[in-house]
Ligand binder design. Sequence first.
Ligand code: UDP
Ligand code: MG
Length: 151
Amino acid sequence: MSNNERTYIMIKPDGVQRGLVGKIIQRFEERGFKLTALKLVQATEAHLEQHYADLKGKGFFPGLIKYMASGPVVAMVWEGLDAVKTGRVMLGATNPLQSPVGSIRGDYCLAVGRNICHGSDSVESAEKEIGLWFPEGVNQYISALEPWIFE
Ligand code: UDP
Ligand code: MG
């Protein structure tokens, strides 16, 4: 676990359409994570099939790809202590109905197929997803808040 672990967080097309971009970004900022990459992207189905390659073969896969390609997504990289696991806790469970109130999915959505955001499930998948969505690389800078967030 390091202070500069990275995770890939993505606001899905429903999160963008519903005007939740600012609220979701705010949660990561306020928690103390550092934003190192961000862009609004209309992804192709081929790109999304790569992102969700592990789920190919599942019954919901075709619908998932259509949903994810139905509008732009906000692709982001957030960095900080235990970023991958903490990011998942902040998102809630895959099914919003099982997500605690106070989590992003638990506060803003209801259906598993419209669960408004994505977060990497391991450090290994985070690195893979960051490479896929940001082949140009991410930013490196020193946050002025660092001594106030970490010992
Ligand atoms: N999904 C779905 N139906 C299911 C399971 C998953 O529509 O029964 C969608 C949902 O949008 C989920 C995404 O597929 O976020 C990826 O599934 P995964 O198991 O990786 O969940 P996540 O990591 O997003 O919590
Ligand atoms: Mg997943």
